[in-house]
Write a protein that binds this ligand. Sequence first.
Ligand code: CA
Length: 217
Amino acid sequence: MHVLLVEDDPELSEGIVSFLRGQGDTVVHETDGMRADQLLQTGTFDFALVDVGLPGLGGYEVVRRIRSRQQIVPVMLITARDALDDRIYGLDLGADDYLTKPFQLAELTARMRAVLRRGRRSMARSLVFGPLMLDLEGRLATLEGQALSLSTREWTLLEALAGAEGRTVPKEQLQADASGNAVEVYISRLRPRLEQGGLLIRTVRGFGYRLELASGG
Ligand code: CA
């Protein structure tokens, strides 16, 4: 896999890089938090190992920015600190795991594998929102157990709305892959069918849409 290592300790970095490369991973090594943040915005990494104490931008802030961009790359924080508060803080920010120095390289990769396994398990094969179920592999939608026939475009919209778990999805995000036709058209086609099953698509003016359970539903 393609790993980003953000660590400013030369000796530790060298050890991690050669260990990961030895097991067939490709590694990009960065020592500065700000530059790592830029790399993360443009690069596609399968895993990010991020030291907490970094020049430029601290590791916590790097993680916070990754998650605020809604990036789903697995992140493991590396730090010399072992205070419980720090660990909780890092995990709260969206890190998947936390490794305290010093550690064995074998432990590092075992923990990375565990994070990846967890990610695969939680990677949704289906999306459920109230009475709505989207089987992502079979591309089947059901509402209250009844099959819901959707066009490709309607499916994409509904998947985005259901995946947001009740949060508002910006209109631009829904528009991004629209093929000419306005989002409103598809939303208005979906609405009556969803309402039968107790779901409504709420318009958040000037921003976007969100999926809600109709009151009492
Ligand atoms: Ca450091």
